[in-house]
Design a protein around this ligand. Structure first.
Ligand code: SAM
Length: 254
């Protein structure tokens, strides 16, 4: 996969894209990431990328020309079979979720457009971007952090990016549920013990316990996800056990 990022703040990407899983995936040639200074595609002496808004109002709006010229020089869509997405990072876009990351991970080429100031001239969204994506219902200063969020979530899904020991299959959201709790050594810390079953070496019991805790956590913390989850027969049994436990602890308290 190739990812091109267009930004007026290219310097903020270095450490994040050079470290950890994304850094390793780049070194292994699983993904090529290039961060471009949008100013490269400006034509004036001051390398202007923004201007005041038509109709008045505070702040500046990013001009369309540099985005269009940059994307037109970078895009691969003309090449036979190149699956490409031009993504405008934008708080008014569709919400970025694990499913969005999975879809983007199927592409050959992503071009990520980072806005700043009051935003980007609407013609970029209408006639250049194939998609507008928001990382959540809050407003950030620029599209750089959202672009890094998208890159990180997508790259870790690319084949070979995670080591065998780091599989993404059980991660939260992979199956519509939150992941089970994780514990490591020491088995007892400040009097808090790791659940006994995890020390038992019984893989079947551990699998069952993890599934149960995954159900319990999702139901409690994210009822919206829980409602949409596809439950198996075993899940229903585990949920009954959870309810029984809750009834038990309720009667103990009474
Ligand atoms: C200050 S914001 C502009 C907000 C805009 N005036 C509005 O009210 O929708 C500047 C840039 O940050 C990026 N940005 C801010 N919040 C974002 C979010 N939640 N998701 C994706 N991009 C975001 C976008 O690229 C946006 O063009």
């Amino acid at each position: 996969m190739k990812i091109d990022v267009l930004t007026t703040f290219p310097e903020v990407f270095g450490p994040v894209l050079g470290a950890s899983i994304v850094g390793r995936a780049r070194e292994a040639g699983i993904v090529t990431i290039e961060v471009h200074d949008l100013r490269k595609w400006t034509g004036d002496r001051h390398r202007t990328t923004d201007d005041s808004p038509f109709g008045g109002g505070p702040g500046m709006v990013m001009k369309p020309e540099p985005f269009f010229e940059a994307v037109e020089s970078l895009r691969c869509a003309a090449e036979a079979g190149c699956r490409e997405e031009v993504v405008l990072l934008c708080p008014q876009g569709e919400r970025f979720e694990q499913g969005t990351a999975r879809g983007l991970a199927q592409k050959d080429h992503l071009i990520l457009l980072c806005g700043h100031y009051e935003g980007v001239d609407e013609r970029v969204r209408e006639h250049l971007a194939t998609r507008a994506i928001s990382v959540g219902d809050y407003v950030l200063t620029g599209g750089e952090i959202p672009a890094m969020v998208v890159i990180d979530a997508v790259v870790r899904l690319l084949p070979g990016a995670l080591g065998a020991e780091e599989g993404a299959e059980a991660d939260s959201f992979a199956e519509g549920l939150l992941e089970h709790p994780q514990h490591t050594r020491p088995a007892e810390f400040r009097g808090w013990k790791v659940p006994e079953v995890l020390l038992s070496g019984n893989h079947e019991q551990i699998r069952r316990w993890r599934r149960k805790e995954s159900l319990r956590r999702t139901k409690t913390v994210r009822p919206d996800l829980f409602e949409k989850a596809e439950l198996t027969e075993e899940d229903r049994e585990l949920l009954e056990e959870i309810e029984e436990e809750q009834r038990g602890s309720g009667s103990e308290a009474a």
